[in-house]
Design a protein around this ligand. Structure first.
Ligand SMILES: [Zn+2]
Ligand SMILES: [Zn+2]
Ligand SMILES: [Zn+2]
Ligand SMILES: [Zn+2]
Length: 357
């Protein structure tokens, strides 16, 4: 992720900011110049982007102006054509029930993670269409709850709510709102013996299933699943799921997989590997932009992995100094390298084939 500079006062700005702490300008993401920019108010909810090279006419996304869970702007001409949501919020099919105490705050955390995911997808030139006419299936999100927190903070099942499973089906990514509760997510991380469990990690994992459908299904299934990840038709997903929760991962899972969960089924192996790749790209992009490493994202996987592992070793040690979990717990074995190579080439190929935007 990049950082940005306030055009009014030269203060450093970050992707989630809505107010410049130095000059107190309101801020928003301008899609025209792809920056967090100070907003010059023009009245009637209209603004100018203060980037002198841009000066686009903008209005706030409805989820910014009304709901306070977004910081993106919409071009005025799009708003006049009836578009009220930004290019991130437009993907939402269902938002949390805002009558439930705390859900607005949890929704804001989900949106923040979603915006970061979209930033990385755009960096890689990965398509994410919302219009079903243009590229089926459209990518949509549902943030749902099957439990609600009681006054003492304990989550309790609610008879009126259907069970919610975080997952992906036909372009719809469902995330259980409970994942945005730090205590609950940490409890689940411990129960499932995971090295990490984060909101952005959920988005990166689930969007990987979307890209399997979009880029591999019917195009590259043989090469992907049989040669690299194993046969996704045998055992079936249902059989694999039952087996995984009965006996767990093999003890030597780390020799061939990025996580224990990746051993469950080839689809989960692909999703975990793809999510790790997105983690790596996002971290390298950030480190490159802050001048910590010489390069950010590049086309040589070996160079990326070398930089990422060197950086990861330092970041892990920094985190341990602060009593936090390792940022990069993964070990790159030859088997895992081959899977990452597949993901890397899939993304490069897709970028070369995509029509110039
Ligand atoms: Zn400022
Ligand atoms: Zn702009
Ligand atoms: Zn928005
Ligand atoms: Zn999955």
């Amino acid at each position: 992720m990049r950082y940005f500079t306030c055009h009014c006062c030269d203060n450093r700005l970050f992707i989630d900011n809505t107010l410049c702490q130095s000059c107190h300008s309101e801020l928003g993401w301008c899609s025209a110049c792809q920056t967090i920019s100070a907003l010059t108010p023009l009245g009637d909810g209209r603004y100018h982007c203060s980037n002198p090279d841009c000066v686009s006419l903008l209005v706030k996304c409805q989820n910014y102006a009304v709901e306070n869970v977004c910081n993106r702007m919409i071009p005025l001409h799009s708003a006049e054509a009836g578009i009220v949501l930004c290019d991130c919020c437009r993907h939402n099919r269902q938002i949390p029930d805002l009558e439930v105490d705390g859900h607005r705050h949890r929704w804001a955390k989900l949106e923040s993670a979603k915006r970061r995911m979209f930033y990385t997808l755009d960096l890689l030139g990965l398509p994410h269409e919302v219009d079903p006419q243009k590229a089926p299936p459209p990518l949509t999100f549902a943030f749902l709850a099957d439990e609600v927190p009681s006054d003492d903070g304990e989550w309790q099942s609610h008879h009126a709510l259907d069970p919610v499973y975080t997952g992906h089906a036909d372009g719809l990514i469902t995330i259980n709102v409970k994942e945005a509760d730090d205590v609950e997510r940490e409890r689940l991380r411990r129960d499932f013996k995971e090295a990490q469990r984060t909101l952005i990690g959920h988005f990166r994992h689930e969007v990987a299933h979307y890209y399997w459908d979009l880029l591999i299904k019917g195009h590259d299934e043989e090469a992907a699943c049989i040669a690299v990840f194993g046969d996704h038709n045998s055992p079936s997903y249902a059989e694999a799921l039952e087996r995984y929760y009965a006996v767990g991962a093999p003890v030597d899972w780390a020799e061939r997989h990025v996580s224990a969960y990746a051993t469950m089924h080839p689809w989960e192996d692909f999703a975990e590997t793809f999510a790790f790749y997105l983690d790596m790209v996002a971290v390298l992009d950030t480190a490159g932009n802050f001048g910590i490493t010489p390069t950010g994202y590049e086309e040589d996987l070996h160079a990326m992995l070398t930089t990422f592992q060197r950086l990861g070793m330092a970041l892990n040690e920094v985190n341990r100094e602060m009593g936090l979990v390792d940022i990069v717990p993964e070990i790159i074995t030859p088997a895992l390298y081959a899977k990452l190579e597949y993901v890397h080439e899939l993304i490069l190929r897709q970028r070369l084939q995509a029509p110039a935007n």
